[in-house]
Design a protein around this ligand. Sequence first.
Ligand code: NAD
Ligand code: ZN
Length: 364
Amino acid sequence: RTINVDLGDRSYPIHIGSGLLQNIGQYCAEAGLSTRSPLLVVSDSEVAPRYLPALEEALRQQGYTVVSHIMPAGEASKSLTVYEEVMTTAIQAGLDRNSAVLALGGGVVGDLAGFVAATYMRGIGFLQIPTTILAHDSSVGGKVAVNHPLAKNMVGAFYQPSLVLYDLDTLRTLPPRQVSSGLAEVVKHGLIMDKEFAYWCREHADELLALNAEALGYALERGCAIKAHVVANDEREHGLRAILNLGHTIGHAIEAVGGYGVFLHGEAIAIGMAGSALLAVKLGRDRSIYEDTVSMLSALSLPIQLPSEYDEEELMEAMMHDKKFKEGRMTFIVPDAIGVVSIVNDVQESLVREVLAELKKEGK
Ligand code: NAD
Ligand code: ZN
């Protein structure tokens, strides 16, 4: 399966399938990478032991010189400190303007390696080899970044890869919670744009959770295609791209208040999407939007309820801080139906408080 991300002269393909990793050498050659310039593979301590040796071997067989940098797994590595360490590896390895950075891992590796690629000598080649389901979201769209101690994703760039290689075989070793978390972003792509696909996810939830290659391949293809479509129409986030934030206003607040790592990102936005659906009902939309949304999320083993220990006021404060809302009015992505959303700019603060309170009670 191949999807094209249509961005004029920065367009690139996403290949999805089994056994692709072995062919990375040919893909690099096709992408025009010269064997005279070294390649830098960035990976993490969970992914590297499993998949890095095969990747390095395939690249060397094609005649490439490969240097690898393995960072500790986890969000804490998306830092300026690790960024500098990877830069050091790149300089010591003698990467030049024709070199490329290959990101082998989840969204953390992809975001950091992409920012290295965007800034090393003002920009060199960049290839994404995502190994999480969530990374179908982060590897498409060109946002790369590291965190600042004061704010997540604060230091970054728009930088498109020249290729995304999604080898489904690598997903087999993902822990079950990471699988569900990634599927939250998959079903989100259905909820914002593709009703049939959203219901398809519910129908095929068990196959998706079991990492059935056929089902997963299709789900990632649709997820990537929807993201690619949105990004192609709004690369720099002037308007349309905002719809990708469905569930994220509440989700980010949950992550900020609860602490990163209590809920995985996809789990937090699942609760956020349940919240957006509740908000939709409060704004007069059909109640079935909420019922269908939570049945989809539950089918994928995702949480739909806000744990009672989360304080509404703290969450409200985190949302205000996140988005700098004006005069008690907040912006939310609100479903009008399954597969259709609106950007609503004037949601009253009090209504959001009600949603948070109900999110603790609903879905029991
Ligand atoms: P992650 O990269 O931390 O991966 C999750 C965990 O799974 C890690 O511990 C990792 O080591 C492990 N792992 C990865 N692949 C594995 C495999 N195949 N087998 C076993 N374990 C594996 O996190 P993620 O969920 O992939 O991505 C989250 C990050 O993505 C966040 O930093 C977020 O900000 C970012 N993100 C970016 C965008 C974007 O547009 N750039 C979009 C969404 C999310
Ligand atoms: Zn997200």
